[in-house]
Design a protein. Structure first.
Length: 283
């Protein structure tokens, strides 16, 4: 069983009206999520708008999460980037700050070849004594870590898990804990014997995702089918726009988004509202 958790929320970063990090709202959200089924958090990741946080903001948020983490939960710090030096720095600092692990995406935009990918992850893994979670998300990185490559990377000390966001690659890999990187395959991941999911809809339906972990296959499939409309509407536009809109609609506002991300428009909010209403999530 993974030491990092089972239902891990890729937590949003709340902002104030002037788009500074709202630390009080962030801590409140961590506690709310822990009370509703999350046993781990990815901080300053894609959903947390890590790409528009400064390095100082990023590390301050990790430090805050470590200080304030609810009992029984873990903090996984996003430490990915397309500059290996920066990824190593973020990994080192997150480890020093007390994070329980790091999430490291492959070098997007640069499009390194296979040897470069392996060299990148060797450098990152050497910068920590904590678990490194690989992040395979070709829709954003433009590179796919195929399962043969994942098996090779699993031989590197400290590389212990993968957040698999390419549904076509979803499979157990020797030496790696498997986490669903997309909420719509959490049930499949659990059925395969995976470790769990790094989730977004856990902001809204954490208890149901927690129930899926220990449910019979039949009950798990039933919950999964019930939640698929929510999974689909979370893709109405780019993450994390929909989840921030949904949190606002259910009465837990977390502020806007930093450009170039922008808030959901009226049509998108209407679609999100309709699904939330169907699921009984609106107050």
């Amino acid at each position: 069983m993974s030491t990092l958790g089972t239902i891990i929320t890729a937590v949003v970063t709340p902002f104030t009206d002037d788009f500074t990090v709202d630390e009080d709202a962030f801590v409140s959200l961590l506690k709310h999520l822990a009370d509703n089924g999350s046993d781990g958090f990815v901080v300053a990741g894609t959903t947390g708008e890590g790409s528009t946080l400064s390095v100082e903001e990023h590390l301050d948020l990790v430090a805050l999460a470590v200080r304030e983490k609810p009992a029984g939960t873990t903090i996984i710090a996003n430490a990915g980037g397309n500059d290996t030096r920066e990824s190593v720095h973020l990994t080192e600092r997150a480890t020093e700050l007390g994070a329980d692990g790091t999430l490291n995406v492959v070098g997007y935009y640069n499009r390194p070849n296979r040897r470069g990918i392996v060299a990148h992850y060797r450098a990152v893994a050497a910068a920590t004594d904590k678990p490194v979670v690989l992040y395979n998300i070709p829709s954003r990185s433009t590179l796919d870590l195929d399962n043969d490559l994942l098996a090779e990377l699993a031989q590197i000390e400290h590389i212990d898990a993968v957040k698999q966001a390419n549904n076509a690659n979803l499979a157990l890999v020797d030496g790696l804990d498997l986490y669903a990187g997309n909420d719509d395959v959490l049930a499949r991941t659990l059925d395969l014997g995976g470790a769990g999911g790094i989730c977004v809809i856990s902001h809204l339906v954490g208890p149901l995702l927690r129930e899926m972990v220990d449910a019979t296959p039949e009950r798990r499939a039933e919950i999964d089918a019930h939640l698929q409309p929510l999974n689909r509407v979370m893709g109405v536009t780019t993450n994390p726009i929909p989840i921030k809109a949904a949190l606002d609609l259910v009465g837990r506002p977390v502020g806007g988004l930093r450009l170039p991300m922008i808030e959901a428009d009226d049509a998108e909010r209407a679609q999100i509202r309709a699904v939330l209403a169907d699921l009984g999530l609106l107050k």
